[in-house]
Ligand binder design. Structure first.
Ligand code: XMP
Length: 322
């Protein structure tokens, strides 16, 4: 841990020299990389670092509130959260094609971020740096080869941000692997649960709602997802899993509730074991845990009456369904 403490101290020192009395902007998602990068930057230059979080209307349940609380109150980051839910959901109306969804979300994210950056630049007079949470594997991947998912799906990452912005990049995590970023997060005193969170894709729940994304379907998926994650923590499996989520299928099935017939959505649970996210095996979750998840989701979430477990590995399947 002292290695990470040294690493942090060195970065803070050098970034202070580099930035002088300038200002820095950065997008944060609440994931471990952007959180660690934001905390480091805040330790270096305080409120002259401006973090921006974009709520695209496809975040997990209570995510925006939780991230704002954690970053602002616990980590003292100068953060603004832009609620652009209606704008995103408006643009996604009627769109069912996965690539189309990704493109719309990626493009809109850049627009919203750019608008916010313009405001910050106007307010602070000068701002010539952009903070990015790029990790070593991202650097390698972009230099040497494109991983399979990069060519199969259009990736939207906070990492690939506004080339048009003409800001100088600051990338404190460029030399680190994920486990080192976690160690650094712990050394910086960031809450453990936040450091160990599973990755969450930029397009968010939009690529886990197969078919059209509507506010109503987002709500249904948020509820089911929150229950599933809660049960994973309760059963002690969260840390052993690389990623776990619920997918809302564009399929209805017949069920029975009390003495009435139901005709509602089907949900799939996806839990994978992986080290690099390039390959993955479905996680062998005990039946009792699956059972607890299934009965809670069906009983507590109106709109879902059947739950399946995804038993595909990557390859040939990918981790996400879209
Ligand atoms: P796939 O589905 O390609 O996913 O096996 C591999 C990993 O990448 C994440 N993923 C994304 N992350 N923007 C992101 O920031 C994206 O557009 C995106 N698409 C997939 C996925 O959640 C998994 O961790």
């Amino acid at each position: 841990n002292w290695i990470m403490t040294d690493y942090a101290a060195e970065f803070i020192e050098s970034v202070r020299k580099q930035v002088g009395d300038g200002h820095v902007i950065g997008a944060v998602s609440g994931g471990v990389d952007s959180t660690v990068a934001a905390v480091l930057m805040t330790r270096a230059i305080g409120d002259r670092f401006h973090a921006v979080m974009v709520d695209n209307g496809c975040l997990r349940k209570d995510e925006a509130v939780t991230v704002v609380k954690r970053l602002r109150e616990d980590c003292h980051v100068n953060l603004r959260c832009v609620d652009a839910s209606e704008r995103f959901l408006g643009l996604l109306k009627g769109v069912t094609d996965p690539e189309q969804k990704r493109k719309i979300i990626g493009r809109t994210f850049i627009d919203v971020f750019q608008e916010e950056a313009d405001k910050i630049q106007a307010d602070s007079g000068r701002c010539d740096y952009l903070l990015q949470g790029t990790l070593y594997p991202d650097v390698i991947e972009s230099i040497s080869y494109k991983g399979p998912s990069a060519t199969i799906k259009t990736h939207h990452n906070v990492g690939g941000l506004p080339a048009t912005m003409k800001l100088k990049l600051i990338e404190p995590l460029r030399e680190l692997f994920k486990d080192e970023v976690r160690a650094l997060g712990i050394a910086l005193g960031i809450e453990e649960n936040s450091v160990w969170r599973h990755p969450f894709p930029g397009p968010g729940l939009a690529i886990r709602i197969l078919g059209e994304v509507t506010a109503e379907r987002v709500k249904i998926l948020q509820e089911a997802d929150a229950i599933m994650i809660e049960e994973l923590h309760k059963a002690g499996h969260y840390r052993a899993i690389g990623q776990a989520f619920v997918v809302l299928l564009p399929v209805k099935s017949v069920g029975v509730m009390g003495d009435g017939r139901t005709y509602e959505d089907v949900a799939a649970i996806r839990c994978v074991e992986t080290t690099d996210y390039m390959t993955a095996d479905f996680y062998h979750l005990p039946y009792e845990v699956m059972g607890a998840m299934s009965s809670r989701i069906i009983n507590e979430v109106r709109g879902i009456n059947r739950v399946c477990y995804d038993i595909s590995s990557k390859p040939p399947a990918t981790i996400e369904w879209e």
